[in-house]
Design a protein around this ligand. Structure first.
Ligand code: G6P
Length: 614
């Protein structure tokens, strides 16, 4: 969702801001803009609907000079995507410019108030209300911009990450956050601002994560100053970014998504590094060991997440119930948070999130904490809001994921859930020696098995070209591979815009079977385990209705091969580890279908990578 970039220092700001906006494109957006203060202290705002490239073109003949500026990519919430609704927004006098990520919930009340005070509005956005409120506060208290921002934010309900600059004050940039992420990069006599670290990493590895209700003052040639809304100075920790620039570049791949699919063997190795011990044949997760008493006494685990992370969570339910014998409830975070769920103090809430910033998942954590439950995060982004809000957790260490459609984040989330269930089950005595060894050895070799699947990319590309005609797809799976069917369908929808549904294979008879004809592609995930015979019957049911079957089968399978139109083979594994393999051909299938249809796979329409509003 919306992206924020800011700069103050001795370099020209515009190129830094534009590069930063490009780095944030992956978050999803529909318009872009920039505000700069030139050396005369004049404030110039330029903004356009569409891509950052449009903005660059638009700015070609404009005054883009200045060593301080703020820039933004907007994902529309209040008001359609348009030039006028794009950020930055000016205040009425055009003395102040502001960029904002989040939603000001009481903006209508504030707008009415400001109208009565003589302010008029040019847009339907909540953001314009905030910049006008800052101007109002400045007048009311005859104060500096910093104080005016503090006064304004204390009136605001909702979520925000903001950057603000003022005409005639090229020495200061104000930033603040509540609910939406914000990072400050500290360089040599210069500061950078970002809604995540990707626009900053090129210049400095030293960052400060702004906390809720904190207002930061980035002053030229001075130290960073952060205060809370009550004007009390807050001590801030300078942290070191752990990823490198190359990790957020395409590295020779045509798209981030393809790069990230191919990175999965390495990402899983990183995720298991120091956790799966090949010599000792042991799995150790410190987050679990340190909190084992909580897990031992837990009567129930709740899992809350959104999108792909929710699919990983569903696999987690199957794992925890099988290996740990702990009952698990899983629910999408947006439903969980608003239905007054019963949460006990001996429950454990596991929140799963790639970005660590998803607003609904964050709210589910707060709800669980308020009921005294223990919260555990599984996040990819180090230092993210969810990682900080939970009592403990495990990072997936997949490296930055830029493609909007989640791939390596999913497999590493599943790997963490497998390691968690093995560790907990071992401690509880619900996992026997043989099961434990199977899990350890299975995880040790998983990367090689994924490599083997990746070698079939061109075969999968060939299959995908046959199905670009399709307007619908059905994905079927059972057991651990039912969530994979949901994930496969989601991947296809997200990037190819083909309608796709995932079903537990036996559920097909209760409705979707009516859709099957000789045009309908059915992807069946059918590795050879316990309920193979059952899924074989489901395949026969599809075949007799002339559906076109693409089957994911275990190497050497003969029975499904005979029935399916196309097969993709995966190496053997145990049931509970199979999602790490079966999902890979589905990711590739979606990718190649989307490419064949000419879609923008890394930035699919209307989607955002990090959903920071509910
Ligand atoms: C968005 C992304 C999905 C992601 C979901 C949850 O919808 O496009 O790829 O699965 O958010 O995000 P999270 O960062 O919490 O895993």
């Amino acid at each position: 969702m919306c992206g924020i970039v800011g700069y103050i220092g001795s370099q020209e700001a515009f190129p830094i801001l534009i590069k930063g906006l490009h780095r944030l494109e992956y978050r999803g957006y529909d318009s872009a803009g920039v505000a700069l203060l030139n050396d005369k202290g004049e404030l110039n705002v330029f903004k356009t609907k569409g891509k950052v490239a449009n903005l660059e073109k638009f700015c070609e003949s404009k005054d883009i000079s200045g060593t301080i500026g703020i820039a933004h990519t907007r994902w529309a919430t209040h008001g359609e995507p348009s030039d006028v609704n794009a950020h930055p927004h000016y205040s009425q006098s055009k003395n102040i410019a502001l960029i904002h990520n989040g939603i000001i919930e009481n903006y209508l009340t504030l707008k009415e108030f400001l109208k009565n005070e003589g302010f008029s509005f040019k847009t339907e956005t909540d953001t314009e209300v905030l910049v006008q409120l800052i101007e109002y506060m400045k007048g009311k208290y005859s104060c500096e911009l910093y104080d005016a921002v503090q006064h304004a934010l204390s009136q605001v309900e909702g979520a925000y990450a903001i950057g603000v600059i003022e005409r005639g004050r090229p020495d200061v940039l104000i930033a603040a956050r509540k609910g939406s992420p914000l990072v400050i990069g500290i360089g040599e006599n210069e500061f950078f601002l970002g809604s995540d670290a990707s626009p900053i990493i090129e210049y400095t590895k030293k960052v400060v994560y702004v906390e809720d209700e904190e207002v930061a003052k980035l002053t030229r040639d001075k130290d960073l100053e952060i205060r809370n809304l009550s004007d009390v100075v807050v001590k801030h920790d300078v942290q070191e970014l752990k990823f490198s620039l190359s990790e957020i570049e395409k590295g020779g791949y045509p798209h981030f998504m393809l790069k990230e699919i191919f990175e999965q063997p390495k990402a899983l190795k990183m995720c298991m590094n120091g956790r799966v011990n090949e010599q000792l044949k042991e799995i150790k997760l410190s987050g679990i060991i340190d909190n084992m008493e909580r897990f031992r006494s837990a009567k129930r685990i709740l899992i809350s997440a959104c999108g792909t992370s929710w699919h990983a969570g569903l696999i987690g339910k199957y794992l925890f119930e099988y290996y740990c014998k702990i009952p698990v409830e899983i629910e999408v975070a947006s439903e969980f948070r608003y239905r007054n769920p019963v949460i006990f103090s001996d429950d454990i809430l596991i929140a799963i999130s790639q970005s660590g910033e998803t607003a609904d998942t964050l709210a589910a954590i707060e709800l669980a904490k308020a009921s005294g439950a223990f919260t555990y995060g599984i996040c990819n982004v180090v230092g993210s809001s969810i990682a900080r809000a939970t009592h403990s957790g495990t990072y997936t260490h997949a490296g930055p994921e830029i493609g909007v459609a989640s791939t390596k984040a999913f497999t590493t989330q599943v790997a963490v859930l497998i390691m968690m269930s093995a560790t907990i089950g071992r401690q509880l005595g619900t996992v026997d020696n043989q099961q434990y060894l199977q899990l350890v050895e299975g995880l040790e070799t998983i990367d090689e098995k994924i490599e083997e699947i990746l070698q079939q990319a061109s075969k999968i590309e060939g299959i995908s070209k046959i199905f670009t005609y399709a307007r619908n797809f059905i994905y079927l799976g059972r057991g651990y591979n039912y969530p994979v069917a949901l994930e496969g369908a989601l991947k296809l929808k997200e990037i190819s815009y083909i309608h796709a549904e995932g079903y537990p294979a036996a559920e097909m008879k209760h409705g979707p079977i009516a859709l099957i004809d000789e045009e309908m592609p059915i992807v069946v995930i059918a590795p050879k385990f316990g309920i193979y015979d059952k899924i074989l019957s489901n395949v026969q049911e599809v075949k007799s209705r002339k559906g076109r079957i693409i089957a994911i089968v275990t190497k050497g399978d003969t029975q499904i091969k005979e029935l399916a139109d196309y097969v993709i083979e995966i190496p053997e594994s145990i049931d509970s580890l199979s999602p790490l393999l079966t999902v890979v051909p589905l990711q590739l299938l979606s990718y190649y279908v989307a490419i064949a249809k000419g879609r923008d796979v890394d930035q699919p329409r209307n989607l955002a990578k990090s959903v920071t509003v509910e």
